[in-house]
Ligand binder design. Structure first.
Ligand code: PRP
Length: 183
């Protein structure tokens, strides 16, 4: 499938106002659950970088920040079916409470891999916070402990999400329009 990507996306799916309210709600839930614990927030790059930055500034407690860089989508819209860890976390997770921060769960393949990858590092527990969930595409079961909102089966860009590395910087989330080859 192809999408219009030469021009700016037009259809706002989730506005910056809704995103902001959602981030505040999630931060309050997380702070409430993790008070007094050794929390390590692990952002999944690149897509989660904006969400992570907004979220951790609203979690009102001390926490450690780390990142892992993985990809399953090479340069298009379909998962390659292979998870590549480009840069692993650089901290000892033994006995710590790990919260994975992800922008979107689609097939669930990336998070299935990642949650297991972090558990074997000795974390006390590993939970998942995802801003968006696209359950219609799920092929691998993933429990999302802190969920922002569900989204329809559209290709979404903005607020960290990309199409071929474009549009991550947009402050709202947009649905890309499909491109008709016959036009
Ligand atoms: C996106 C997203 C998730 C993953 C979800 O990352 O950030 O990590 O895909 O898809 P899945 O549930 O089908 O596995 P992507 O591989 O596009 O890399 P990026 O974060 O660098 O954009």
């Amino acid at each position: 499938m192809r999408y219009t990507h030469e021009t700016m996306p037009q259809t706002i799916l989730v506005s910056r106002r809704v995103i902001e309210e959602t981030v505040s709600r999630l931060a309050a839930e997380i702070a409430n659950d993790y008070q007094g614990k050794n929390l390590v927030a692990v952002g999944v790059l690149k897509g989660a970088f904006i969400f992570m930055a907004d979220l951790v500034r609203q979690i009102n407690m001390p926490l450690e920040i780390n990142f892992i860089t993985v990809s399953s989508y090479n340069d298009g819209t379909e998962s390659s079916g292979t998870i590549t860890v480009h840069q692993d976390i650089t901290t000892d997770l033994k006995g710590k409470d790990v919260l994975v921060i992800e922008d979107i769960v689609d097939t669930g393949y990336t998070l299935c891999f990642l949650l297991e990858h972090l558990k074997v590092r000795g974390a006390r527990n590993v939970r998942l916070c995802a801003l968006a969930d696209k359950p219609s595409r799920r092929t691998h079961n993933v429990a999302i402990d802190y969920l922002g909102f569900t989204v329809p089966d559209r290709f979404i860009v903005g607020y960290g999400l990309d199409y071929d590395n474009r549009f991550r910087y947009l402050p709202d989330m947009y649905a890309l329009e499909e491109y008709d080859d016959n036009c």
